[in-house]
Design a protein around this ligand. Structure first.
Ligand code: FPP
Length: 271
């Protein structure tokens, strides 16, 4: 398992005149050598997973939270640098109070259980969203965990909690107005720099589990050219093999960003 490209380079030992293979190199043929730098995930289907087993919905959220460690490891093995997880949206506040409370408690449990793992594996944790809407004790816990991993240089793990894409854009616009910028000073880069994702590259691949095919207010600005991947698998069951399949599919996509590919241009030239 490797959590940082630079660490991997440092660890390479000469062997028969060739650098030793790292896991990312071994599994990269799955992706055709094209690995998304940033993967974002809508972790859907916890409720259905639980209902199918005759369990309360909160048990599905617990299983979904426990799944996070194994998926972090697999994405890191592939060389993915940024992983963004949609854990709780601004709209999720409208769910029944016990479910909201269960999700808030899970955020705390997640941090408590995983912080040591983040430290040991060079993972940097960020929380995106309205942290100030959380209870004071949890805000403190979140801030301490974010600070404790701030210098880590391996995988960047972003957890979106009390996050909404439209809300993030509105918040950015308010801050731009407060900063007194003139209209002609405002570019796409300016807007991006006021979003909660400032400094984080746009997602290359957005995965949604559990069969729904929509974005649900996730990374609205940042997803402009993301590749979308949908799978029927419920989030608690989404594992290593599902990741490999999603990344293999990404490797086959042709990304044009509104332009044309070299091969298209060549074909035009020879037409
Ligand atoms: C959607 O499933 C999932 C959520 C609203 C929350 C996702 C949260 C987790 C995986 C756990 C919390 C994570 C952290 C980091 C604390 P759903 O409840 O809408 O499922 P359903 O569509 O089957 O009902």
């Amino acid at each position: 398992m490797s959590f940082s490209r630079s660490d991997a380079a440092a660890r390479r030992a000469p062997s028969a005149g060739k650098p030793a293979a790292r896991l990312g190199d071994v599994i990269s043929p799955i992706t055709g050598g094209r690995v998304p730098r940033h993967v974002a995930i809508i972790m859907d289907g916890n409720g259905r997973w639980a209902t199918q087993r005759g369990l309360p919905r909160a048990a599905g959220h617990r299983a979904g939270t426990e799944n996070i460690r194994r998926i972090i490891e697999r994405f890191a093995d592939h060389g993915v640098e940024y992983l963004t997880l949609y854990a709780f949206s601004t709209e999720n506040w409208s769910r029944p109070e016990p479910e909201v409370r269960a999700l808030i408690r899970l955020l705390s449990r997640f941090i408590k259980r995983e912080l040591d793992h983040f430290r040991r594996n060079n993972i940097r944790l960020r929380l995106l969203g309205h942290i100030e809407t959380l209870p004071d004790w949890l805000q403190r816990q979140v801030r301490e965990a974010v600070e404790a991993t701030a210098e880590n240089t391996g995988l960047n793990l972003n957890v979106c909690f009390s996050y909404g894409g439209r809300d993030d854009i509105v918040t950015a616009v308010r801050r731009i107005v407060e900063a007194g910028l003139r209209p002609e000073e405002i570019t796409e880069e300016t807007v991006a720099s006021f979003l909660s994702t400032a400094g984080i590259p746009d997602p290359d691949l957005i995965i949604r589990t559990a069969g729904e095919q929509r974005i649900s207010n996730f990374l609205l600005w940042e997803s402009a050219y993301a590749e979308l991947y949908f799978t029927d698998t419920y989030w608690p069951d989404f594992g290593r093999e599902d990741i490999d399949i999603a990344l293999a599919e990404y490797g086959r996509r042709k990304r044009k960003f509104g332009g044309l590919l070299e091969e298209d241009l060549r074909a035009l030239g020879s037409a």
